[in-house]
Design a binder for this molecule. Sequence first.
Ligand SMILES: [Zn+2]
Length: 467
Amino acid sequence: MLDRSLCGKRVFLCTPYLTAVRGPFNFVLCELPLEMGENMSKRLKLVSATESEMEERAFNNPFPDWDQGASTASNSGTDSDCNDPFDENGKIGDAFQKKVQNKIKDLLQQMEEGLKTADPHDFSTYTGWTGIAFLYLQLYRVTEEPSHLQRALDYVKRTLRNLNGRRVTFLCGDAGPLAVGAVVYHKLKNDAESQDCLTKLLQLQRSVVSSDSELPDELLYGRAGYLYALLYVNKEMGPKTVDEATVSKVVEAILDSGKNLSKEEKKSERCPLLYEWHKKHYVGAAHGLAGIYCMLMQPGASMSQETLTELVRPSVDYVRHKRFRSGNYPSSLSNETDRLVHWCHGAPGLVHMLIMAHKVFKEEKYLKDAVDCGEVIWQRGLLRKGYGICHGTAGNGYAFLALYQQTQEKKYLYRACKFAEWCLDYGTHGCRIPDRPYSLFEGMAGAIHYLSDLAAPEKSRFPAFEL
Ligand SMILES: [Zn+2]
């Protein structure tokens, strides 16, 4: 993720190009057809690449994979620590949980210290203060410790003073602070303030559904990111907090937009819901089809079974067919390079779409593809970009938690623990330092969020995405 001036606007851009050639002003000029993967012969092709460009994107996974046999052996007393996060009952053991809890305390302190020099005006969930409030809400959810809720309130107050009306989404716009504010005040039983946030949140709806609005549909800046805010409020405050008609209008606007583009590009048969962001058909969770389809398939979006079957299912299948042999997915429909294994671009985002599709359409093929995502993430998911949520190891770890919830297979919980174990050594692997190193989606707050979810892995939720 980097800042980039695009069409005169300053936006966060979660592009597939991050280690491609950069021109002056740190803009990305072009995408090189490079695979920064593990394969030496491919790397040798990069004759003109600089040293840093040749750097691989992921570390080799040093952990032994889950071994059912070793687990049994361990239970019978044979010496084996291959599955060491677990106790004799196959649950995450106390020793591991203790390590995680201690690390959370340590990282929280570092984060608070680091935030003293963070941008005071960045109120976003993605890189700013709402993300920190969101983290404290999560810690309150997991521990029920009232001081965390109080801390969430401190940060939320700061964000609510900084709204600027420029964007409407949960991750990058006003909907984030307003939705998180509504929930924090609700939990503190301050109904007047909570209602005030809700009213302002709903006022944003007009620009979201307006047919002449230039708004995109993706999660970071578009309609799906506003839809998430509504569904989040309903999840946290009760199912009718935002009425169904309001939710439906937003859903309809997303459907209309997708149908129109699909028609324009003569894809109505193959992919009835097509979306673009800055003229590209992105596939991943942050800017692309997977993130949008995920939101549409949420039970709270209340789509009819008919619409799901006629519009969403063929579109999901269209994306499925773009899959690489490795099990990974391209960053956009026209990109044929198997490079990125991030939540924002690649299998760690797609896995959530596939699991939702499995829940909604009850077909094994979706789960099978999700399982394949799990393999590529296990192999290539310990990222050199760091430990964050958007394009870091913590975000990738959520794929295993989601697979665990869906399959109940211990293997995925084990893998989630190993990615957590990696995060326990935060900062020691020589990863790149993100621009906002303490933030929820780029930095430390995201890793803390992930670690905190291991306390109750069956209830874990990818922040600002899963409901
Ligand atoms: Zn990213």
